[in-house]
Design a protein around this ligand. Structure first.
Ligand code: SF4
Length: 657
């Protein structure tokens, strides 16, 4: 490998060879390789070498901006190694429009715009700049098309290979639009690093691919942290209508003239009020189990429930006493009225947002939905304040047809097993290579223990309060016996609150940090940074209480002394909601693997992600403890799992060694 910038390890050589083989035979590859094993640089170098030789372009997709930054830094390292190919090794990082539009960055209302709204807003600003109204158009765009203002900048980008943040900062100083400059640079790039949405949202993809100006079969797709992709696509292809949106529709209708419908029998806001009542009634019937006459049928608190496929529209038809044809006319009227509101707002220089337009589009999708790939739900997640109906996408393969068009696609993650599940979920057909690479780090540096006498299984903890007490005692003893940075992961904020309410934290003789559910990103970063500092100071450790599957366990690094002990309180099985049951049933029907693909595999990934915080390089050492006897069900995924009869002694023995 000519362009690999470091001394490659054995596992990296094997990985690069496999990627090379797959690219040469135009095959897709799905692989798992532990965090810290160097998969980003290995994948980047081998794909880049192939792309340079075969005139291909690379789209490297990431979930977070931090991952994107890492890719650009590695690209710089490659370029520094290969001076003769310097010119050709050029790439750009793209972030979402809300980050790249300087008008949106400095305007709280615009910054909340969707990419579609911002795209329309931007087109209008650009139109103004080119017309007689040019003094009112976007100044950043005006500067971006002035060659004198951009020439040096483009040269600087080519030389420096800035990260997206660095690039936006310089553009802001020069008062030019980063989004527009990026468009000028994309077709010169061999690699574009961008969020998933740039490939999996059809509209956004079309704009990106136009700028790349090569056909799809000359592109190679890389999906980083791929275990996130199926849920990302499910979210993208799901749609919902909440009472919050309907209230905004009522407000908007009344503000903009509230036109009448059905020959004057009803106006737009009345129609929205009727939908509001219908959503509330569906919630009362299916989630609260209230029968006619106000009798409550089911005492159980539920978060969501299935609604029969056509129930919502049937209710609307019967309450309005109209036919389906009339309902379709109403939907068309809502869309047309919404478009007028969008245009009006646009003329006023505002975000072209219309809730009525969203409502019309939602109803159109809802009525025409292919229900076997979507579940229709009524959801009541925020304590009765904002019930919603939701068309939940069960099958991420509805959004992955594009994968067949690429030369190859490469999907990688530190926790992707079982790989067949990922392949099947995304509908990767044909001869797709599936590989799991063992951790390159010394096995003796990690220990994973579980205890057999406790569990967070709901039916058991409500019967025997001793179970929770034992768990609290274990957490307190671990924290008080070892002056090491320790993270305690809970399956949910609810379970964490059981510990909080009983003042467990007061018995811990160490500095305790607690992640709160609604914490802002900056507050969370500050909390984590203070916790890490304790680990880096000699002799004193701290305890951080967090949840599994959250921002800490899935995306943050804690090298060396920043984290030495991880305690996992219970098994993070998905909640038994209607949404989860729908998924399980769908995967049972499609693959006969409902439990394995929708319960076991996601739970194992969450456990492994949490344990994975401990070891980031060959010198790291760490011990994980799972406080739940059901841990044995995951031995297939955690092969070094051992039972502990005496936790404190076993942890001490590991640390002393
Ligand atoms: S040209 Fe750039 S700064 Fe101006 S509106 Fe469009 S994206 Fe925003």
């Amino acid at each position: 490998m000519e362009i690999f910038p470091y001394k490659p390890r054995k596992n990296q050589i094997a990985l690069m060879q496999t990627i090379k083989n797959c690219l040469e035979s135009k095959r897709d590859i799905v692989f798992e390789s532990g965090t810290g094993s160097g998969k980003t640089i290995s994948t980047l170098a081998s794909t880049l070498e192939f792309a340079l030789k075969n005139n291909k372009k690379i789209i490297y997709t990431t979930r977070t901006n931090a991952q994107q930054r890492q890719v650009i830094l590695e690209l710089r390292a490659i370029r520094n190694k290969t001076r003769d190919k310097r010119e050709k090794i050029f790439g750009v990082g793209i972030q979402g429009r809300a980050n790249m539009c300087l008008l949106a960055r400095n305007d709280p209302e615009l910054s909340r715009g969707t990419s579609d709204e911002l795209s329309r807003f931007c087109s209008n600003e650009k139109k103004k700049t080119k017309s007689e109204d040019k003094d009112n158009g976007c100044i950043y765009f005006k500067n971006s098309i002035d060659k004198n203002k951009t020439e040096n900048l483009i040269e600087w980008v080519k030389n420096k290979l800035p990260t997206a943040e660095e690039f936006i900062e310089v553009c802001e100083k020069k008062q030019v639009c980063p989004y527009e400059i990026n468009r000028q640079l994309i077709h010169k790039s061999i690699i574009v690093v961008c969020p998933y949405i740039y490939v999996f949202d059809i509209m956004i993809r079309n704009i990106l691919f136009d700028s790349l100006s090569v056909p799809e079969n000359d592109m190679i797709l890389i999906v980083d942290e791929a275990h996130n992709l199926p849920n990302f696509i499910r979210d993208l292809y799901s749609s919902q209508l909440s009472m919050f949106i309907l209230n905004n529709c009522i407000f908007e209708a009344e503000k903009y003239g509230n036109p009448s419908m059905l020959n004057g029998r009803l106006n737009v806001s009345d129609f929205c009020k009727l939908l509001n009542e219908t959503v509330r009634d569906l919630r009362d019937t299916y989630v609260y189990g209230i029968l006619e006459g106000g009798i409550r049928q089911e005492p159980l608190r539920k978060e969501d429930a299935f609604i029969p496929s056509h129930e919502f529209e049937t209710e609307i038809l019967s309450r309005l006493k109209v036919t389906s044809k009339t309902l379709h006319d109403i939907i068309s009227d809502l869309i047309a009225f919404g478009e007028k509101i969008q245009e009006y707002r646009q003329k006023e220089g505002k975000l072209p947002r219309s809730y009525l337009h969203k409502l019309g589009l939602f109803l159109d999708v809802w009525i025409n939905l292919q229900t076997d790939q979507h579940a229709k739900l009524i959801v009541d997640a925020s304590g009765g304040n904002n019930p919603r109906i939701e068309a939940f996408c069960l099958d991420p393969s509805v959004g992955t047809d594009i994968l067949r068009d690429f030369h190859s696609s490469i999907h990688m993650s530190g926790t992707l097993e079982p790989l067949e599940e990922y392949r099947d979920s995304l509908g990767l057909i044909g001869d797709c290579e599936l590989v799991s690479y063992p951790s390159p780090f010394p096995k003796e540096n990690r220990k994973v223990l579980y205890v057999n006498d406790v569990t967070t299984k709901y039916s058991e903890i409500i019967k025997d309060e001793n179970i929770l007490n034992k768990m609290k005692e274990s957490v307190t003893n671990i924290c008080n016996n070892f002056p090491k940075n320790t993270m305690i992961f809970f399956p949910s904020f609810n379970i964490m609150s059981l510990f909080k309410n009983n003042k467990t934290f007061n018995k811990i003789n160490r500095c305790v940090f607690i992640e709160e559910q609604q914490m802002s990103q900056s507050a969370l970063m500050e909390l984590v940074s203070d916790f890490k500092d304790y680990g880096n100071q000699n002799g004193e450790g701290a305890a951080l209480f967090s949840v599994i599957g959250g921002r800490i366990s899935e995306g943050m690094d804690f090298p060396a002394k920043q984290l030495e002990i991880a305690v996992i309180v219970g098994i993070p099985y998905p909640k038994p909601t209607a949404r989860q049951r729908g998924l399980q049933r769908y995967y049972d029907l499609k693959f006969r693997k409902g439990w394995e693909y929708t319960v076991e595999a996601p739970t194992a990934r969450k456990l492994l992600q949490s344990i994975g915080r401990l070891i980031r390089d060959e010198k790291d050492r760490g011990i994980a403890v799972i406080l739940d006897r059901r841990a044995t069900r995951f031995k297939r995924y955690i092969n070094d799992l051992q039972e502990s009869k005496n936790l404190i002694e076993d942890i001490r023995s590991f640390i002393d060694n």
